[in-house]
Design a protein. Structure first.
Length: 562
């Protein structure tokens, strides 16, 4: 059965509304090999059902991982990168016939490459992606580089080590054993290799769950057994210089490691939960942070407007958005634009995640009285030209920041609001006098982060008329231009996305906006006036990036949904 007929047959087996079926049929004809993965990612088809479809529609025998008889086959002629990229694994060799399990048995190109490289007749079994990946790592993964191999090296413990009653020396001894050290290093190194921003170690009743946050979304990865929980968490606490005997209170620490020739900082946070300490490791890789405004995703119109705002000699510029929307990165990019040898730049942050050469950075420490407000009050006496306040959280901080802007300083800061107009309303709600804002506030930038389509597997996306009409009804967006989608490949881990970029909404404080602020207008009136003056809303900026083939419709809807 050829690919097109298989995709059509697969779609016909699903009970779907007519509109959705039409849209998926168009995708079936354009996406080719990626279509089956689309159905699985949408939840319309389970991986096991897809394997069953290859069996019933194409006649491939199934490969069920644990349930299949597997005998390791010499694979010197098949590079590990090839096995991982094409998701295939040799499982047996009998009388010159090589049996391989494939997540995509219809990949004729990969099948022919195996036959040519090995000089053998190839028989294909159909497996799920997860089963094939696990088999690859189990049988052909590099020595010491798979979770299963490392767990085997730790040995079989009769029962889980428990903190209660154990001496600190015993915990240190267990956490300092070579296999545990290798296992923790593997979890960290694999996260960096996959481009993760955070590692989550979450204890539950019967499992220790490991998840990576990649491009803003959490995803499960192979996890070690529950019996190793205390040893692994104790190792992380030793590395971050935390109190290994304290498991009842939250703790924070830092790690510095040299990986692949570069130094990387990690911020570690632990909190006690019902079944043990939950640990989150934030990866602070300076090399992965774009500190150039030109690389953040600003449009040709928005970038000059924002640069004009941040290069004024005095005033206050606010960046707004939810946690994890890239506000700090944008502010660091702004500092790169304006820091010179003639200017003194001081920041007060919580925490200081990245060190910027030539900038005086202060870490907030509330436990000793060093808050944003108290620190900012002292900063003003340090004769700064530019002040970056990590976040305005209360009236006191807001008023000091505004007075600093009024007295000739350039102040950059962040607020947690949904859009640019909401920042003005938020400051007024904090108790800031309305007559102070018009002369101190230069402008507001609201932003979100959307995942960008992987360039290695980006293909044009066909959109049915029914889907176009639905998009227009829901969002007022006409789906035209270079609309694209990622098929999924090794470079992007099969997701179709690689990296993130910002979508932005810039509100300069014009004379009209100043009048509305003095009249204590609500956010809706300020937003409407700004749009009349040419402000491009967040979602509209997202649609423009969709038209240019940089991200997808679904991504823009996900991050801008009210």
């Amino acid at each position: 059965m050829n690919r097109r007929l298989f995709n059509e047959s697969l779609l016909a087996s699903l009970n779907l509304p007519a509109g959705e079926r039409e849209e998926l049929l168009a995708r079936a004809h354009t996406e080719g090999a990626a279509f089956a993965k689309t159905l699985v990612s949408r939840g319309l088809l389970s991986p096991e059902a897809l394997r069953g479809a290859y069996e019933s529609l194409c006649g491939f025998s199934p490969f069920r991982g644990e349930g299949s008889e597997v005998r390791p086959v010499p694979a010197e002629t098949l590079p590990l990168t090839f096995l991982r990229a094409r998701l295939l694994v040799p499982v047996s060799l009998d009388d010159g016939t090589l049996v391989v399990a494939m997540a995509d048995p219809l990949d004729a190109e990969a099948r022919e490459a195996v036959a040519k490289a090995t000089g053998r007749r190839v028989v294909v079994l159909a497996g799920t992606e997860e089963e094939v990946r696990e088999a690859i790592e189990k049988m052909y993964g590099e020595s010491g580089s798979s979770m299963e191999r490392l767990v085997e090296q730790v040995g079989e413990e009769g029962e889980e080590i428990r903190t209660e009653g154990d001496k600190v020396e015993h915990l240190i001894g267990v956490a300092s054993e070579a296999p545990i050290i290798r296992l923790v290093n593997f979890i960290i190194a694999r996260a960096i290799e996959r481009g993760a921003s955070d590692i989550h170690l979450e204890p539950y009743e019967k499992t220790l769950r490991v998840r990576y946050r990649i491009d803003g979304l959490l995803g499960d990865v192979d996890s070690p057994p529950k019996r190793l929980q205390t040893a692994i968490l104790s190792r992380v606490k030793i590395m971050s210089r935390l109190n290994i005997a304290e498991s009842r209170l939250p703790q924070d620490g830092r790690i510095k490691l040299r990986i692949s020739g570069k130094e990387i900082d990690f911020r570690v946070s632990t909190v006690p939960t019902l079944y043990g300490e939950s640990v989150v490791i934030r990866i602070l890789d300076q090399a992965s942070v774009p500190l150039n405004l030109g690389t953040l995703g600003f449009s040709d119109k928005a970038l000059p407007a924002f640069r004009e705002m941040v290069t004024t000699p005095h005033g206050m510029v606010l960046v707004t958005g939810p946690t994890g929307s890239g506000k700090t990165t944008t502010l660091y990019g702004a500092l790169q634009e304006i820091r010179t040898s003639e200017r003194k730049v001081i920041t007060i942050e919580d925490p200081v995640e990245y060190q910027i050469p030539g900038v005086n950075q202060i870490q907030v420490k509330p436990q000793i009285g060093l808050t944003f407000a108290s620190g900012l009050r002292s900063i003003v006496r340090q004769d700064p030209d530019v002040i970056l306040v990590g976040e305005i959280r209360d009236r006191e901080t807001a008023e000091i920041a505004i007075h600093s802007a009024l007295t000739g300083h350039m102040v950059l800061s962040t607020l947690h609001t949904n859009d640019a107009a909401g920042a003005i309303a938020r400051l007024l709600e904090m108790g800031v006098e309305e007559y102070l804002l018009p002369s101190s506030l230069t402008g507001v930038l609201a932003q979100r982060l959307v995942r960008t389509i992987c360039k290695a597997c980006s293909v044009p996306r066909e959109i049915s008329q029914a889907f176009r009409e639905e998009i227009y009804r829901e969002a007022g967006f006409v789906a035209e231009g270079d609309i694209r989608v990622g098929r999924g490949c090794e470079a992007c881990g099969g997701t179709g996305f690689r990296g993130r970029m910002g979508i932005f909404e810039i509100l300069p404080v014009t004379d009209k906006i100043r009048e509305l602020i003095l009249g204590r207008a609500d956010a809706g009136a300020i937003r409407a006036s700004a749009v009349d003056g040419g402000m491009v809303l967040l979602r509209a900026d997202g649609w423009e990036k969709v038209r240019r083939g940089m991200t997808t419709i679904e991504e823009v809807v996900r991050v801008t949904r009210e």
